[in-house]
Ligand binder design. Structure first.
Ligand SMILES: *Cc1c(COP(=O)(O)O)cnc(C)c1O
Length: 426
């Protein structure tokens, strides 16, 4: 037995995840199939907690909102960063206490703000407009809502432009130069208790210097806000820690993340004589490498390239198309065979761009082979759709060689579930 990418193994030519043989899983549960390794989720969460022993870890629910996963993280003591009422609803059902939830978003509906107020979660406010709406809702409900402002620290995270969220031109956050005045304004508004500050500079960040730069800029602002007489109870630095998608890629660890920001946080809060709680919001790091997507080869076609047509497309994994992202591919039933050709793995969707992996050196591939795409736990299933009339696939969770279905495969009836015909078309 040998390992590939850390926690995945190969045994008798088959790819093994969490002690389970992927070839058997595909036979038993069908393909396409998302498979998550439970122990790996716990390991990743624990390493974040170990790196930041005094911080609260608010898992970013959008990375992977599968309920079993939310329940596991809730049992580990995770809080949650939610971006919609739907996510709030699910993390509460999973048992995450309301005290450990931050409601984020740049365009929340009045309904969502109303829910946040009633339930009593903290709100990260993204604009002056939202501040006034929230104040009015809280005043009417006679409830005091704890808020942070999402600050745009104007830091380049050196990542893909679509996942850079703290650039000056990004849609997220209050521009740094307006932050002090908006805290002043908030402190005078009914129903509003300005008690934290928040930023999140991007995702898949592979260099820790932007984290440090953001921490320093945030602490400059904290200093000014504290000088207004506002007592900040929490400082939420977001996350965005990257993971290694390519085989020999190097990525910082939570420990590296901690070394980049904790000295800044500690030194500056000590100097100010304040003791706010530090909050981090990792998503990708917790779940990214825990999950694989198993997909069956329908056809192999030698044309301008060797196209391998599989049964999963960007309906199930949109990252390669949307972010040009790379997912390591393994022929799961030929996992220890040497490469014998260059293959481009494409999905069944009616779009030229439906390419999951470009020009990979892989063992000889034929119809019926099983391909595993690795590291699809973050922004994988959670971004899936039914495009092209394709019901979503199943998700299973494996632990010590045992598998459980955590989401049933949809069938074609689900495509019709909420559709209605006007009487004239009956
Ligand atoms: C998406 C998001 C996160 C998580 O980002 P990762 O790159 O998955 O760690 C954290 N905070 C906020 C506000 C987010 O929008």
């Amino acid at each position: 037995m040998f390992t590939i990418k850390d926690h995945l193994e190969i045994q008798d030519n088959h790819l093994i995840i969490g002690g389970a043989d992927t070839v058997e899983l595909a036979e038993q549960y069908g393909t396409p199939l998302y498979v998550t390794n439970e122990s790996r989720v716990i390991e990743n969460f624990s390493s974040y907690r170990k790196a930041f022993p005094d911080a609260d870890i608010y898992y970013a629910a959008k990375a992977n909102g599968s309920f079993a996963l939310l329940r596991m993280l809730s049992r580990q003591g995770a809080g949650a960063d939610v971006f919609s009422y739907g996510e709030l609803y699910m993390v509460l059902l999973a048992g995450i206490p309301r005290e450990k939830i931050l409601f984020n978003g740049n365009s929340k509906t009045d309904f969502e703000l109303q829910k946040a107020v009633e339930i009593g979660v903290k709100v990260s406010v993204d604009s002056r407009d939202e501040l006034h709406t929230l104040s009015e809702i809280a005043r009417r409900a006679k409830i005091e809502v704890e808020i942070a402002f999402r600050v745009n620290p104007d830091v380049s995270p050196k990542t893909h432009p679509k996942i850079s969220t703290g650039l000056r031109t990004s849609k997220f956050g209050i521009p740094s130069e307006e932050v002090v005045s908006i805290y002043q304004e908030a402190s005078e508004l009914p129903g509003i208790s300005p008690s934290g500050i928040h930023c999140h500079i991007g995702s898949q960040i592979l260099d820790t210097s932007p984290f440090r730069e953001a921490a320093e800029k945030m602490m400059d602002i904290v200093e000014k806000v504290t000088a207004l007489g506002i007592d900040l109870k929490f400082i939420d630095m977001g996350s965005g820690l990257g993971i290694p998608y390519k085989k020999d890629e190097r990525a910082p660890t939570p420990q590296d993340h901690a070394e980049a920001i904790l000295p800044v946080f500690k030194e500056r809060t000590n100097a100010l004589g304040i003791s706010p709680k530090l909050i981090l919001e990792p998503g990708r790091y917790i779940v990214g490498d825990t999950t694989i997507l198993l997909t069956r080869v329908n056809t192999v076609k030698k044309a301008a390239k060797n196209f391998v047509g599989v049964d999963a497309g960007f309906n199930l994994l949109i990252r390669p198309v949307m972010y040009d992202s790379y997912h390591y591919a393994v022929v799961a039933n030929k996992a220890s065979e040497p490469p014998s050709g260059t293959y481009t793995i494409v999905g069944p969707i009616c779009e030229t761009g439906d390419i999951l992996a470009h020009d990979r050196e892989l063992p000889h591939i034929e119809k019926g082979d099983l391909i595993a795409l690795l590291d699809v736990g973050a922004y994988g299933f959670s971004m899936s759709s039914q495009y092209n009339g394709r019901p979503r696939c199943a998700e299973i969770l494996v632990k010590d060689g045992e598998a459980d279905v955590i989401r049933e495969r949809e069938d074609v009836e689900e495509l019709m579930a909420k559709q209605r015909l006007p009487a004239r078309l009956m």
